[in-house]
Ligand binder design. Structure first.
Ligand code: SAH
Length: 229
């Protein structure tokens, strides 16, 4: 998978993609993340990418020119499956959506800033709008990193243990069971006996039961097949 991220603040994303699992995924050639500075595509002599809103009001709006040029430049080099705009009012990101998107090959993710982007960008240049939740952040960089991380960790070979992503919350419509590691007893706080039994079937049964109980308490709507939210 190749992800091209368009942003006015590229440095915000550097450290995230250059550490840990995302770094390894790129080193292994399983994922490529390229961050592009929208200012490079600005024809303004001060390399501006925003302007005052028509009609007045507070805040600046990102202009269409640099965004259009950046997208056209990328599309001139390869075919993209989707151009995504991170937006608070977009489709709410969840695991089934991430799973579906993880089979895509080339993605462009546009990060907004200030009051967002000129509406004509959304009308004419964007295929899909994704929100990471009903709250407003100051820029699309964190949301773009959230989406990229969720996608990349699903790619085969990225996580050390192949089955690991499958046992995470939401993959089977349930949240994850409690996990423990050494020591067996921390003062009076003990690890549940069954996990030390070495009895694989009993352990699996216990974990499943815990997952179901937790889902009932924490995310009851996941158990309603008609309402995956
Ligand atoms: N005025 C806009 C908010 C702009 S916030 C509104 O009220 O909808 C600035 C940018 O941050 C947005 O363009 C978007 O790219 C990003 N952003 C903020 N919150 C987000 C969220 N919850 N999900 C995805 N992107 C978000």
């Amino acid at each position: 998978m190749r992800i091209d991220i368009l942003t006015a603040l590229p440095r915000l994303l550097d450290s995230y993609f250059n550490e840990s699992i995302l770094k390894r995924a790129q080193a292994k050639g399983l994922a490529e993340v390229h961050v592009h500075d929208l200012r490079e595509f600005s024809e303004d002599k001060h390399r501006r990418v925003d302007d005052y809103p028509f009609g007045g009001g507070a805040g600046m709006v990102m202009t269409i020119g640099p965004i259009d040029k950046a997208i056209a430049w990328l599309k001139g080099q390869r075919r993209y499956d989707e151009v995504i705009y991170m937006s608070p009012d977009g489709e709410l990101l969840d695991q089934p959506m991430v799973n579906r998107m993880s089979s895509l090959k080339n993605l462009i993710i546009l990060c907004g800033h200030y009051k967002g982007v000129d509406e004509r960008v959304r009308e004419h240049l964007i295929d899909r709008e994704v929100s990471i939740g009903n709250y407003v952040l100051s820029g699309g960089e964190l949301p773009a990193a959230v989406l990229s991380d969720a996608l990349i960790r699903l790619l085969p070979g990225v996580l050390g243990d192949e089955t690991s992503a499958l046992s995470d919350s939401f993959q089977d419509g349930l949240v994850a069971p409690p996990m423990y590691t050494r020591p067996e007893a921390y003062g009076d706080w003990k690890v549940p006996e069954v996990l030390l039994s070495g009895h694989a079937a009993r352990i699996q049964e216990w974990r499943h039961k815990q997952s179901v109980e937790r889902t009932q308490v924490r995310r009851p709507r996941l158990l309603d097949e008609n309402d995956p939210g």
